[in-house]
Design a protein around this ligand. Structure first.
Ligand SMILES: Cc1cc2nc3c(=O)[nH]c(=O)nc-3n(C[C@H](O)[C@H](O)[C@H](O)COP(=O)(O)O)c2cc1C
Length: 143
């Protein structure tokens, strides 16, 4: 098995309905292809970790790179793995809408992600890089 993690910049402020559509598609495809992972959206940036069969991930990542809903798609780590970090999630999604989020909601979002990172043990160097990136991203407050 194989895992990769990338970051990207959303091209438009992502609207709830568009994101729902994207996720529904992702979850259907990923479950068909036994791909799991986690997608974070914060302050106009995406960070996603994908894991599964290498050839399947390569096909998906090629599609993702061409997707016009985001740009500057940059791979920052990849690994061969034997264990998944998100075996039970087709595609976990953690968004926050910084335009509407209150300081409390933002703190909650941060706490949840930190809790998740403590709960979900990194199973590769790529997984560690993923959490490092997330922690770095959320250390930049929206307000
Ligand atoms: C940030 C981001 C993350 C995405 N993640 C996935 C994903 O995990 N799985 C997936 O199938 N498509 C994902 N997509 C959508 C793909 O780019 C592409 O639109 C979709 O896979 C096309 O599916 P189709 O070949 O069935 O039409 C993502 C798109 C973006 C912008």
């Amino acid at each position: 098995m194989y895992t990769l993690t990338y970051e990207s910049t959303a091209t438009n402020t992502v609207k709830g309905a568009e994101m729902e559509e994207l996720l529904e598609k992702a979850r259907t495809n990923n479950s068909r292809d036994s791909i799991t992972g986690c997608l974070i959206y914060y302050k106009g940036s995406f960070v996603q970790l994908l894991e599964g069969d290498k050839s399947k991930i390569e096909v998906l990542y090629a599609k993702i790179q061409k997707d016009e809903r985001h740009k500057n798609v940059t791979l920052f780590s990849e690994d061969e793995i034997s264990t998944r970090m998100f075996p039970n999630w087709g595609m976990a999604y953690y968004p926050i809408n910084e335009n509407h989020a209150t300081k409390y909601e933002y703190e909650q979002f941060k706490r949840n992600l930190i809790m998740l990172s403590d709960l979900v043990k990194p199973t590769s160097a790529t997984a560690k890089q993923f959490w490092k990136k997330i922690k770095n991203l959320i250390s930049d407050p929206p307000l």
